[in-house]
Design a protein around this ligand. Structure first.
Ligand code: COA
Length: 266
């Protein structure tokens, strides 16, 4: 395990082959998001986006209590209004950097994900969750609203009515409910750890064609921001990115030779 970055290693990074595992590492504060943590996440996302050796990222939290309890409310207490504004800007920029990564990012929700913690998971492409934990955008109970994309990303994932109910009532959903509304796509079974659950999901993505995966993510992410016609044009552009790739030729050759393709991301 290697620590990254300057001040303190609030996010630790481990590489297992071409899977990067990022772990929020502030268990004494329920892995809450300090300024340093949010800055590190943004930097990691921008660096990893350029690193073709990494095919999948899994984001999780240290321990079994919390994925992330949202903004660090203790740090927030000492902030001026200007500090809070700057922090929100940093928050949005870092989460957008995670959202924009060409590699699939899987949130492995090992413990509670509240407020900014769930907003971070919503900036990921896929979410899996421990069967024993809870998630929610609880900000209205603190007299604020989600400020790192939650009001925009949650309705895109679960639909407007469910998002309104979750946010207005500051609900804390259990895993069965989160699965039922499509907020997460898998929940752990039996004694399986959430990391193992995420690794199982990641495994086929490791050998998938990176240009196709990135193009699919770009097209799908844009779907809810565009008219159908604009979306179909973007899909065409994304499709063309795959047409010129050597991996596409490798897929055809492997099919003809009855073997598994080996994709290199070129
Ligand atoms: N920021 C900073 N510290 C936090 C935190 C946060 N968001 N959430 C929890 N902690 C700290 C607690 O203050 C406590 O520290 P202490 O032992 O020094 O007092 C420690 O983490 C453990 O939390 P505790 O509340 O004792 O654990 P719990 O298991 O009873 O409850 C939570 C855990 C996450 C349910 C509860 O702490 C909580 O509701 N936190 C706020 C979550 C929230 O509303 N986030 C949205 C922010 S916008």
């Amino acid at each position: 395990m290697t620590d990254i970055n300057e001040d303190s290693a609030t996010v630790t990074v481990e590489h297992r082959g071409s899977i990067a595992i990022w772990t929020l590492n502030r268990p004494d504060r329920m892995n809450a998001l300090s300024r340093a943590t949010v800055r590190q996440l943004g930097r990691l996302a921008r660096q990893t986006a350029q690193n073709r050796a990494i095919r999948v990222v899994i984001l999780t939290g240290e321990g079994d209590k919390a994925f992330c309890a949202g903004a660090d409310l203790k740090e927030r207490q000492g902030m001026s209004m200007d500090d809070v504004q700057q922090f929100l800007h940093l928050y949005r920029a870092s989460f957008s950097a995670v959202d924009a990564m060409p590699q699939p990012v899987i949130a492995a929700i090992n413990g509670v994900a509240f407020g900014g913690g769930l907003e971070l998971a919503l900036a990921c492409d896929l979410r899996v969750m421990s069967s024993t934990t809870h998630v929610g955008l609880t900000e209205t109970s603190l007299a604020i609203i989600p400020g790192a994309g939650g009001t925009q990303r949650l309705p895109r994932v679960v639909g407007e009515a469910r998002a309104k109910e979750m946010i207005l009532l500051a609900q804390r959903l259990d895993a069965a409910k989160a699965l039922a509304i499509g907020l997460v796509t898998r929940v752990t079974e039996g004694n399986e750890s959430v990391l193992d659950c995420a690794l199982r999901l990641a495994e086929p993505l490791v050998n998938a064609a990176p240009i196709a995966i990135a193009a699919a993510l770009t097209a799908i992410d844009a779907a809810s921001n565009m008219s159908l016609e604009e979306g179909l044009t973007l899909e065409r552009t994304c499709y063309e990115l795959t047409l010129g790739s050597q991996d596409r030729l490798e897929a055809l050759a492997a099919f003809a030779e009855k073997r598994k393709p080996v994709y290199r991301g070129i």
